[in-house]
Design a protein around this ligand. Structure first.
Ligand code: F3S
Length: 400
């Protein structure tokens, strides 16, 4: 693998042992994928998960003197101060979160604690070479923006932030970004929620780069977030195309790079109904509603506020979002409306964290299959419905 003089110096330890370790890992990854060289990145996002292994890795790099050349944004853990005061977290979990915050601050991250960096704070441009981990983020930046990243891990994106480089392979290269599966959507796609179910049809779509046709001409930002988040949760899809919508698929020829698709898959209403049936707990009483996996946009927060305005919730409601969106919600009076109904907007927090002990063994409602998937191991069960039905259920205390 060709390395520039500066990259060789990094590997040789001239920039410190931490940078050398990060470069050593990246060279090993590059060699695995036959990357011919390293390329510079201009943005990074690290899906910090506030778990022992991630923390061990960042602290190891830190002790070896590593600092980020490219300040990465980071994923949420949980809002330490809020959770200590209002939820039950163990001393160990609280300390883990404290150490995580400290380690990422010291290594030079931008502490956004949000899983939607592509909406605010770290938005790449078309064609930009970047290094992003986080399932919804990699799919969104590649597909909807046209920036270029591989489906990085927490560790590889942190190494990239330290060295400012990534090995050149995979989705950084034009030839791997073009589609090879034609997905003909015959199902009626009526709202943003249907994109969640469509993304969850990954098993039928199969491995590759899907190119969707038959979708509405003007999907919302949230619809495209949903599609990528679910595709990349239940499968491993760092990129997808929607013909006429996403930037590398203005025509079907562009989307396939002039080649024929390797196969064609048809998605029908029955497919969506089957997926929905398989992933959702049966309808009935609910104890809580959980939103914001990925973190909710201001439009989604506003939709909920309009629905609960002047009413009282019959079930707990949690809306997770970035602190920048929460600030907007505060300023727009949406937080007050939601809190008056008995709900909460919580920033810096992920659904897959140890701060949700009080919901263990209970059934909730969510609009996100990803939320239901990740929290199963924590003992949470979810009925999955579209956003408006979820809010309706939270007002009534049941899904009927
Ligand atoms: Fe975000 Fe956590 Fe879901 S990082 S996408 S809330 S699993």
């Amino acid at each position: 693998m060709y390395l520039t003089d500066e990259e060789k110096a990094m590997l040789a330890g001239e920039y410190g042992a931490g940078t050398a370790l990060a470069m050593k890992i990246q060279v090993a990854v590059g060699e695995c994928f036959d990357a011919p060289r390293m390329v510079e990145i201009s943005k990074a996002h690290v899906a910090l998960s506030n778990q022992e292994a991630d923390l061990w890795f960042v602290e190891k790099l830190l002790k070896a003197g590593a600092r980020c050349r490219i300040a990465p944004t980071v994923n949420p853990g949980f809002h330490l101060e809020f959770c200590r005061e209002h939820l039950s977290i163990s001393t160990e979990d609280g300390e883990l979160m404290e150490r995580t915050r400290k380690a990422y601050q010291e290594i030079g991250a931008i502490l956004t604690f949000s899983c939607t960096p592509y909406l605010e704070a770290n938005v790449p441009r078309f064609g930009e070479i970047i290094s992003y981990s986080e399932t919804s983020a990699t799919a969104y930046v590649n597909s909807v923006i046209g920036a270029r990243t591989n489906r990085e891990s927490v560790q590889s994106s942190l190494c990239a932030a330290i060295t400012g480089r990534v090995p050149e392979y995979g989705y950084l290269l034009e030839e791997n970004r073009t589609g090879n599966i034609l997905v003909q959507v015959e199902a009626d796609i009526k709202n943003d929620f249907d994109y969640q179910l469509l993304g969850y049809c990954a098993k039928k779509i199969g491995y590759g780069v899907p190119v969707f046709v038959g979708l509405p001409a003007h999907p919302s930002q949230e619809a495209l977030m949903n599609l990528g988040a679910q595709l990349n949760t239940i499968g491993a899809y760092a990129i997808y195309h929607v013909v006429g919508v996403t930037p590398e698929a203005q025509t079907i020829e562009d989307a396939f790079g002039g080649k024929d698709p390797a196969r064609t898959v048809v998605i029908t209403n029955e497919d969506l109904a089957e997926v929905h049936q398989n992933i959702s707990h049966p309808e009935g009483k609910i104890a809580f509603a959980m939103f914001g996996c990925p973190h909710f946009t201001i439009n989604q927060v506003r939709e909920i506020a309009q629905m609960v305005h002047g009413k009282k919730l019959a079930a707990e409601m949690w809306i997770l979002t970035s602190s920048l969106t929460k600030e907007l919600a505060d300023r727009m009076g949406l937080t007050e409306t939601i809190e008056n109904s008995g709900g909460h907007i919580l920033d810096n927090t992920c659904i897959d964290q140890p701060c949700w002990h009080h919901l263990e063994g209970k059934v909730g409602v969510t609009d996100s299959p990803k939320c239901a998937y990740y929290t199963k191991r924590r003992g949470l069960e979810f009925i999955i419905r579209d956003l408006r039905s979820c809010v309706d259920a939270a007002l009534k205390g049941e899904v009927s």
